[in-house]
Design a protein around this ligand. Structure first.
Ligand SMILES: [Zn+2]
Length: 156
């Protein structure tokens, strides 16, 4: 990894960028390795804030990052991206919890955000953002990325 970074620094030409994303776009997306947000949307370094977590959920921490993005760095449009084949789609949250309690001996109050309907989940995240008092009333779109085809389709 560090050798790869050495090659990266040799061609690095982004030192003039500021922290404010050039496109004004903030993205909340699942962390799934098959979803390359930059590649799928044609974004380059400096173009957008990309906030990722398991499921692409509008959790309190994702909202925290989005508020920083909007209030301190001026982004004015949001995309929420879920995807087919998500690990949280149909996941058995109580089984996962039991497995963790059994293997660690500790019970922790932490939800995983499993869901049964992908499009409904994306719409729920968009609604949560649209109704959040600290999230700007700018356009917020919900999309599903198809890991089978690379296609993005709008669902909210
Ligand atoms: Zn996922």
């Amino acid at each position: 990894m560090l050798a790869e970074n050495q090659r990266y620094t040799e061609a690095f030409d982004r030192s003039a960028l500021t922290a404010a994303p050039l496109t004004g776009l903030a993205v909340i997306a699942c962390m799934d390795a098959r979803l390359d947000v930059e590649e799928a949307l044609g974004l380059r370094t400096g173009d957008a804030h990309i906030i990722r977590n398991a499921g692409g959920l509008a959790t309190d921490d994702a909202v925290r990052s989005l508020v920083v993005s909007q209030q301190l760095l001026g982004t004015d449009e949001v995309l929420v991206i879920g995807h087919t084949g998500c690990g949280l789609l149909g996941a058995d949250e109580s089984a996962l919890r039991e497995r963790l309690v059994a293997s660690t001996g500790a019970s922790v109050d932490l939800g995983f955000g499993a869901f049964d309907d992908l499009e409904a989940s994306v719409r729920r995240q968009v609604e949560r953002l649209r109704s959040h008092p600290w999230v700007r009333r700018n356009p917020i779109h919900g999309l599903v990325f198809e890991v089978e085809t690379g296609r993005l389709r709008e669902v909210a």
